[in-house]
Design a protein around this ligand. Structure first.
Ligand code: CA2
Length: 149
């Protein structure tokens, strides 16, 4: 299965600022680890990060026909973007929403997501390890779908 990991605005700063909230690992190192983990499960990962909403929308559109599962940390677009919701609904690719921090223990504006109700899973507050949990769950959901239709 081909998994696309999408990271939204400011996640390029991972490992460089606010390590107490977002951890010490850089995005590049995290994505390298994710690729290695997916390979262990016989799946493959491509990834894309952007600070621009329309670039993430385009990446979702480009995933049509080639990507089986999306893992997305939409960053702050989680709480604002009907465009991302519409793109994910439009391509009809199953996706898992992931947040490094526990958004429910933070400001109230972080407690609403435009994506959670249409996601096949949501992982919150498990640190950067959450990306591996998301890959594991994507693999499990994909295998179940293949077996049971
Ligand atoms: O917890 C998460 O993963 C978030 O999606 C991160 C977003 C935030 O707006 C969401 O509410 C929750 C912010 C990403 C900022 O990433 C940084 C990483 C390192 C240093 C500074 C920012």
């Amino acid at each position: 299965m081909n998994i696309l990991i999408l990271n939204g605005p400011n996640l390029n700063l991972l490992g460089k600022r606010e390590p107490d909230i977002y951890g010490a690992q850089t995005l590049q190192d995290l994505m390298t680890d994710c690729s290695a983990y997916a390979e262990q499960l016989n799946h493959s990962v491509t990834h894309f990060q952007s600070n621009a909403e329309h670039e993430i929308v385009n990446a979702i559109h480009d995933a049509m026909n080639t990507i089986d599962f999306i893992v997305i940390n939409p960053g702050a677009f989680t709480h604002t973007s009907i465009a991302l919701r519409d793109a994910l609904l439009g391509v009809n690719i199953p996706f898992i929403e992931i947040h490094i921090s526990n958004v429910h223990a933070r400001e109230t504006f972080r407690q609403h997501s435009y994506l959670s109700d249409i996601a096949s899973g949501v992982i919150v507050g498990c640190g950067t390890h959450g990306y591996k949990l998301a890959i594991e769950s994507a693999a499990q959901q994909f295998n179940h779908q293949q077996k049971n239709g």
